[in-house]
Design a protein. Structure first.
Lengths: 188, 133
């Protein structure tokens, strides 16, 4: 995992596999305390406290195709390397919230990567799931909610033909937002 | 074309491609579309599955192929990532390993369009790799 967009794709897959119907992705960047909080909330099947405890173990996985599960351990590693932390809150039948904090004043803070590109692939591949995405940087923010899109008549966002347009929309808005970034931040 | 920055732009774009989408949806019911599943677990992402999936999402409509591109978890072939499972209607699914955009191009042109088998197929009973050289 060389950037946060890859982590996003990876962690959201867990929510998809937990049969979530609504997935909220958040990036909250605060220049005052030099942190970036990446979070994924889902309304999937959730986990018992015992399972949550085992999550950080790379040799724990629920899948049967292989014996290792590295998604969450990698996220923990990359956030802690950047002076941050990882927190998982889950309850069976309700859903899961996973939250990774990165310090943006730490040179080991991961780059954001192609958030727009990965997000579009998530929309294309999971048309049945309602996604919301929010990137907040101090007082500015960009957010989208595919449920609201549908209400406003943008119903074909998960079609291959629409993918380039949706990507451009997200990319342009994020680019605009990134202009406000504090120059001291290592985030890029 | 001017950039797409607002939801109104997005909606306008939707109108533009709507006829294309409708044509495709009318011509083929979902059961008759080619299914492309890109393995997108930790192993797939780390080996560049995104470029491959981007390629399929971009190129299939361009080449006039009605297809559903989705992602799946790890199929257990981590050594051969990125892997892609292609299901042509009426045929058994086939898994291709070590796929990059060039390979994806070959898969579209030769396997999807003409039904020819191409190199890189992972046989179904292939569970472990015992000898790499």
């Amino acid at each position: 995992m060389v950037d946060l967009a890859m982590h996003m794709m990876d962690i959201v897959q867990n929510a998809v596999r937990a049969n979530a119907t609504k997935i909220d992705i958040g990036f909250l960047e605060y220049s005052r305390d030099a942190t970036l909080t990446f979070s994924v909330n889902d309304n999937g099947s959730g986990m018992t406290p015992e399972t949550v405890e085992k999550l950080e173990d790379p040799f724990f996985t629920t899948r049967t195709t292989r014996r290792v599960g590295l998604g969450v351990p990698f996220l923990k590693m990359s956030s802690e390397q950047a002076g941050g932390s990882l927190k998982v809150v889950s309850s069976p039948g309700v859903g899961t919230r996973i939250e990774a904090v990165y310090r943006t004043d730490n040179p080991d803070c991961l780059p954001l990567g192609d958030l727009a590109g990965y997000l579009v692939l998530l929309l294309v591949a999971n048309p049945g799931i309602r996604f919301s995405f929010r990137y907040k940087m101090d007082e500015n923010e960009f957010s989208l909610d595919t449920g609201e899109w549908t209400e406003q008549g943008i119903t074909e966002f998960s079609k291959n033909e629409m993918a380039p347009a949706v990507k451009e929309y997200i990319h342009e808005n994020l680019k605009e937002l990134y202009k406000n970034r504090n120059t001291e931040s290592y985030l890029c | 074309m001017a950039g797409i920055k607002t939801l109104a732009d997005l909606k306008r774009k939707q109108e533009e491609v709507k006829t294309q989408i409708d044509l495709r949806d009318k011509a083929e019911n979902p059961g008759s579309q080619v299914q492309v599943k890109v393995a997108m677990a930790t192993c797939g992402i780390a080996s560049g599955a995104k470029n491959v999936m981007d390629f399929f999402v971009r190129e299939l409509p361009k080449r006039g192929i009605g297809a559903v591109v989705t992602q799946t978890g790890c199929m257990g072939y981590c050594f051969a990532e990125p892997t892609v499972e292609i299901t042509i209607p009426g045929k058994d699914p086939i898994v291709f390993g070590y796929v990059d955009p060039a390979k994806a191009d070959e898969i579209i042109e030769r396997y999807i369009k003409q039904g020819e088998l191409v190199d890189g197929i992972i046989p179904q009973n292939y569970n472990t790799i015992t000898n790499t050289d």
